[in-house]
Design a binder for this molecule. Structure first.
Ligand code: GLN
Length: 325
């Protein structure tokens, strides 16, 4: 995409000796924010619950956290938004760390090629969801975490708080209640999987845990920092291991192939990074060994991914050359 400031940015980026890495990240983020400003169609916020539908689609924020915890941002990067399916990464990390390979008895690792809340594929495949990032798969992960800890949503919240260093990250009870009121499809997915013997938690308790985890509000800054263990090969901020190096690789691989639902191929093509989106308009993305990104803009495309968010990540990897390819 042509932008008048692009040549100025190109000259900044091509003078590495005159600019620190911090300066380069800041210049790139500011440039991307200007480009997004000029975007004519930013999509529409999710409308399945009123609390998401009424968020102003003009919000835009982006943060980059280096693996050592240094963090940069632009726009609304400190403003909390509804994390929604981004939380699925954190419940998966916890479940995998506690349960190991047994987790894969009840959920697969293949892209679905279907919408995130699809019922069709689940019946064809006897109640074993394709992957942990579509709703059915996330329900299985939350089921296992609930069985192991008795408080799956609380554990996810605790992980986000600890890794971001922000103890004020919290559930939003009104969002959780709204999710339950409008949760017919998730209830259908859960009841069907229970009928196939693929759940251990009673369905009402499982749905409650899932809706609470979806309701967590956090900012781009919080999420970029909190997902840092995926850029540090599984290591938490305190130096302990949440995941083995191999498990961190596995989660990154699944984010690349499944993290943006039936748009995962397009996302990999444009962005070239493991990523996970949520219908609140947030997306996290990982540059293993280097940094973690989080972008937020509430307008979504028809597959439920943030329009400006995907564009911003596309521009980031294009301008910096940082991708896994
Ligand atoms: N709360 C949403 C749902 O379960 C989360 C989906 C998403 O972010 N893709 O339908």
């Amino acid at each position: 995409m042509f932008h008048p400031a692009a040549s100025a940015l190109a000259s900044i980026l091509s003078t590495p000796t005159r600019l620190t890495r911090a300066g380069r990240f800041e210049a790139v983020l500011n440039h991307i924010a200007e480009e997004v400003e000029g975007l004519a169609d930013r999509g529409r916020p999710a409308d399945y619950i009123p609390l998401l539908a009424e968020v102003d689609p003009r919000h835009f924020g982006m943060a980059v956290a280096e693996a050592d915890g240094t963090v940069y941002g632009v726009g609304d990067w400190k403003r909390p938004f509804s994390t929604q399916s981004i939380t699925k990464v954190f419940t998966l990390a916890l479940a995998l760390s506690l349960e190991g390979e047994h987790l894969w008895r009840g959920v697969g690792r293949e892209p679905s090629g279907n919408p995130f809340n699809s019922l069709v594929q689940l019946e064809h495949e006897n109640g074993v969801p394709r992957n942990p990032f579509i709703n059915a798969g996330a329900l299985v992960v939350t089921d296992r975490l609930q069985a192991l800890t008795a408080d799956a949503a609380g554990r996810a919240l605790e992980l986000l708080r600890t890794e971001s260093g922000n103890p004020t990250i919290d559930f939003v009870p009104e969002v959780a209640a709204c999710e339950a009121t409008h949760g017919g499809r998730n209830a259908a997915l859960a009841h069907f999987m229970a009928s196939c013997g693929n759940l251990t938690t009673p369905v009402p308790d499982l749905l409650a845990a899932y809706f609470w985890q979806c309701s967590i509000a956090a900012s781009c800054k919080d999420l970029a920092l909190a997902a840092g263990f995926l850029a540090r090969h599984g290591t938490r901020t305190d130096g302990s291991a949440l995941l083995t190096k191999s498990q961190a690789k596995q989660i990154n691989a699944m984010m690349l192939t499944c993290g943006t639902y039936d748009a995962a191929g397009e996302f990999a093509y444009r962005v070239g990074l493991p990523g996970k989106s949520g219908v609140g308009g947030g997306i996290i993305a990982i540059v293993p060994g280097v940094c973690t990104l989080c972008v937020w803009s509430p307008g979504l495309d028809r597959r439920g991914n943030s329009v400006a968010g995907v564009l911003a990540l596309d521009r980031f990897t294009t301008l910096t050359g940082l991708s896994v390819f």
